[in-house]
Design a protein around this ligand. Sequence first.
Ligand SMILES: [Fe+2]
Length: 399
Amino acid sequence: MAHYRQLGSIPPKRHTQHRTPEGGLYYEELMGEEGFSSDSSLLYHRGIPSAIVDARPWELPDQSTSPNLPLVPRHLKLHSLFEGEEWKDTDAVAGRRLVLGNGDVRISYVVAGAPSELYRNGLGDECVYVESGSATVETVFGTLEVGQGDYVIIPRATTHRWVPAPDAPLRAYCIEANSHITPPKRYLSRFGQLLEHAPYCERDLRGPVGPLLVEGTDVDVLVKHRGSNGVVGTRYTVPHHPFDVVGWDGCLYPYVFNIADFEPITGRIHQPPPAHQVFEGHNFVICNFVPRKVDYHPLSIPVPYYHANVDSDEVMFYCGGDYEARKGSGIAQGSISLHPGGHTHGPQPGAYERSIGAEFFDELAVMVDTFRPLELGEAGTASEDPGYAWTWSGRGPGR
Ligand SMILES: [Fe+2]
C-alpha cells in the first residue's frame, strides 16, 4: 500500500532518538516487506518489541484438505457451519473453519461473538470480508471499526485482535494468502497511486485510528506461520502488551475498503470478470460483483456466457442480493460455488434467456480465482450440497 500515513508521536528524523516524557527511549521498529526493498512503516514502542518470555505450540483447527475428486462443480452452504448459539462463544481467529485451500491461499469462514486473542499471521496478508455484523479490529497500528461489506486488509505479521460488537453475530469470510494482497497492478501508477480508470481510489480506503495504548504484562500472542506440512501455530507470551506504539508512519498498515465503494465497470456487451477485480495476491485474484446496470447493446445477453477458465479454479461467495445466473440451483445467501479448472460452467438452465432485457442486477458476490487447484477443507466437506453438479443437466448419478 503506497499511500503514506502518520499517526501519533514520531521524531522529526527517522532512526534518531525519540524520548519518553521521563527521558527514556522509545524503541523503533521497522516493519517492512520484501527485505528492505518494498513498503514499510516505522513504529515507536514503549517496550522492546522482540521480547518474549515463553513459546509453545498453538494447535490450529483442522487445516487438512482433500482434492476435488471426482472433479465436479460444488455448492457449499457456509451458513450451515454455525448453527444455534455457538457463535456467541466463537472468536474470529481460532473459530475459523477451513473451507478451501491450496499452497497459495486458504479460505475459511467464521461466525463470531467473542473477542479473539491477540494474533498475527506470519504466512501472508489476510483479506477478511465482513458478510454481516460489526467489530472493532484492534491492531498495533491503531483501531479499525468494521462492518457489513468491508474488506479488512491486514498485512502479514500485524499483531491484532477481533472484538465483535455484542448485539449481532459477526460473519467473516477469511481469505488468507501466503503472499501480499494489493490492488491490481494495472490500476496503479508506476509510483503506486490508484489511476483514473481504477474502480476505487485512496479516498475510499480507511486507515487505523489511534494510536492504541494498552497496559499489560505477560500477554499471549498467537502466531500462524509456515511449517513442513503447511500451516502451523505458536503461542508466545510477551512481557508487555504489544499495543504499546506511541506513533508510527509509513506505507504499510492495515486498511479497510467497503464493497459499496467499488464503482462497477459496465459496457454495451458482457464485461469479463477482470473488470470486477478488486485485489490480487500471488497466484490468485479477488473480484466482486456489485449491484449495477447491465449490458445495454440491443441484442445483449446480460448473464455470463458459458466459460472454461482453463487456468484457474473459481470460487464465488454469494453475500447479498439475488445472483441472476444461479437462479434455480439452490444457491442462496451464504453459499459458495466452486467451479474448477478443467470444467465448463455458466448460467443455470433458463437464466440465459431470462436475462435478456434486464437492465439492472441486484447481486453481491465476492470471487476468488486461483491459478492452482483448490482442495476441500473440513468445512467445505461438511457444508456441501451434493446435488449442485447435476443442476445443468437435471440428471445425476442414479437418476
Ligand atoms: Fe465463471
